[in-house]
Write a protein that binds this ligand. Structure first.
Ligand SMILES: Nc1ncnc2c1ncn2[C@@H]1O[C@H](COP(=O)(O)OP(=O)(O)O)[C@@H](O)[C@H]1O
Ligand SMILES: [Mg+2]
Length: 260
């Protein structure tokens, strides 16, 4: 079986800025692939290529074994690749249920006269959320009034409900406290358990490690490490994220300063 997604030596520049160079990774169903890296590492660029927002300049992107170049996010979505962006693609003033069915609104009516089937949309939303164990009292409230964590959870439930095969999350826990981050990560695991291939972008190894099956470390556009969980522990992952040797040198230096 081919992986859900595979990148082979993918590269991308913005004008003169090389954002990605020779990036290879795989995404398998029922696994969480974590992409880790500091600001500017190229994480968002990588997933925008997978999501059809940008085109790669070099290398190959394969979906289900087939080389593709997405012309638009619509094409990626049609192949089952759903993306939850950092700046969430929701309409803040629209209700939770309206956002949930956005683009897939159930209608009723006769012939060409179609009306939004509000009751069905509400039911769909409520069922899909409760299916994932998400309880929201008021589905009429504007999405903008939900907490950051709740919004991420609704977005995950939406992707699962509409049959995504790949779910990409760009730093879903970056702006969240420990408790909310934990809740979001629980839904990441649920999506994985339903057989989706999840790509989790984060710069926090402590968020990645408990839920991740594979870890891809990006540094200034290049893959500096690629591991299965069995090949690395959380300390080593943290060390590599922190720039390993550099951090050790700093600690050494600090000890000297603190204890002269
Ligand atoms: N639309 C763009 N135009 C020009 N440069 C960009 C654009 N998007 C990202 N970059 C540059 O590409 C590099 C990688 O950025 P990005 O993929 O956003 O990294 P990350 O998500 O890991 O913080 C950075 O140097 C950034 O400034
Ligand atoms: Mg980013």
């Amino acid at each position: 079986m081919s992986p859900l997604i595979e990148t082979i030596g993918v590269g991308k520049s913005y004008g003169g800025v090389v954002a990605l160079r020779d990036v290879s990774m795989v995404v398998e169903p029922g696994e969480v692939t974590c992409v880790l890296g500091d600001n500017g590492a190229g994480k968002s660029t990588l997933i925008k290529i997978l999501a059809g927002v940008h085109r790669h300049d070099t290398g190959e992107l394969r979906v289900g074994g087939e080389a593709v170049r997405f012309a638009s996010p619509r094409e990626a979505l049609d192949r089952g690749i759903a993306t939850v962006y950092q700046d969430l693609a929701v309409v803040p003033l629209m209700s939770v249920w309206r956002n949930f069915v956005l683009g897939a609104e159930p209608t009723r009516g006769i012939g060409p006269i179609r009306l939004l089937d509000r009751a069905r949309a509400l039911r769909t939303t409520r069922n899909a959320l409760s299916d994932m164990g998400i309880e929201l009292d008021d589905l009429e409230q504007p999405v903008g009034t939900l907490s950051g964590g709740q919004r991420q959870c609704v977005a995950v439930a939406r992707a699962v409900h509409y049959g995504a095969k790949v779910l990409i999350l760009d730093e879903p826990t970056a702006a969240l406290g420990v408790k909310q981050a934990g809740v979001v990560l629980r839904y990441v695991v649920q999506a994985r358990d339903r057989g989706l291939g999840v790509i989790l972008i984060t710069h926090n190894p402590h968020h990645a490690y408990p839920v991740g099956d594979r870890f891809v470390l990006l540094e200034r556009g290049t893959v500096t490490g690629s591991y299965r969980k069995s090949e690395i522990d959380v300390n080593e992952l943290t060390r590599q994220m922190a720039g390993g040797a550099e951090l050790e040198a700093l600690q050494h230096e600090l000890q000297r300063v603190v204890r002269p």
